[in-house]
Write a protein that binds this ligand. Structure first.
Ligand code: FPP
Length: 247
């Protein structure tokens, strides 16, 4: 059922090509209900399904979700384990539906830190969905932007040392080609839930010109209508990329 909001969006177009989301507020959602934090993350999984379906309905081709940050490793072991189990549950529950929907899942981050179980789940979902052409879904896991940028610098330095590249051949383009997002356009729109006005080490290079949309809605309550509202807001903005408008 296409809502009025959605119909209007598609008429107003263009929709952003790449939407990135900092999913925040799971813990607060759980606490407000007297529930353990992992229940907030469980509820957040439903919101992930909503936003994937909403992106498909709104014809957004690329969606990137911040699912687990490098800083999240510092949470209590119990919560980290719960989040890793949830990743495996997500793959088990959603795999077939994602394949049916034509979603291609890629996972990016420092995946060497993950245990064998979650690593296998990631391999499985990437392999199963490799043929998807409707929506590219990027899950950023064990991800930190500064670490990603540092890694890119290291990879370029190695190429210089190997004689493949001269230092003066390092450009924004060669640098961007060493990031996890090498084959993706930059996000046009970055959404953050739960009312925080921070970027929290997420895609610092890639969001240079992104429109920012902060909403007080807690992630477990985020529904496709909230995504449509964010896109609608985006469509009303004038993007100049540092230039002036003529006329
Ligand atoms: C931030 O809320 C959210 C996370 C650290 C994890 C996000 C995970 C999910 C939405 C579920 C799993 C999704 C996939 C794709 C497997 P928070 O805990 O920082 O909330 P708080 O700021 O209110 O404490």
């Amino acid at each position: 059922m296409a809502s009025e909001h959605l119909k209007q969006l598609l008429l107003d177009g263009p929709v952003p090509e790449h939407v990135a989301v900092i999913m925040d507020g799971n813990g607060r959602w759980a606490r407000a209900r007297g529930l353990p934090r992992y229940r907030g993350h469980m509820a957040g999984m439903k919101a992930v399904r909503e936003v994937v379906e909403g992106a498909i309905e709104a014809r957004i081709p690329i969606l990137t979700l911040f699912a687990f940050s490098q800083e999240n490793w510092n949470r209590p072991t119990r919560e980290v384990s719960a989040l890793m189990r949830l990743l495996q549950l997500y793959v088990a529950r959603e795999r077939d539906e994602l394949v049916r929907q034509g979603v291609r899942v890629r996972v990016h981050g420092d995946l060497d830190r993950l245990a064998a179980g979650p690593r296998a789940a990631i391999d499985e979902i990437q392999a199963a969905t490799a043929g998807g052409t409707v929506l590219r879904l990027n899950l950023m896991i064990s991800y930190g932007s500064r670490a990603e940028i540092t890694r890119a610098a290291r990879l370029l330095a190695e190429r210089v040392r190997a004689g493949e590249l001269q230092p003066d051949e390092i450009t924004e383009a060669t640098f961007a080609a060493e990031l996890y997002t090498a084959d993706l356009p930059d996000p046009d729109l970055l959404i953050r839930t739960s009312g925080e006005q921070r970027i929290s080490n997420f895609m610092l290079w890639q969001i240079a010109y992104a429109e920012l949309y902060m909403t007080p809605v807690l992630w477990p309550e985020f529904r496709r209508e909230h995504l449509f509202a964010a896109i609608h807001d985006f469509q009303k903005r004038e993007r100049r990329f540092g230039r002036v408008t003529t006329g």
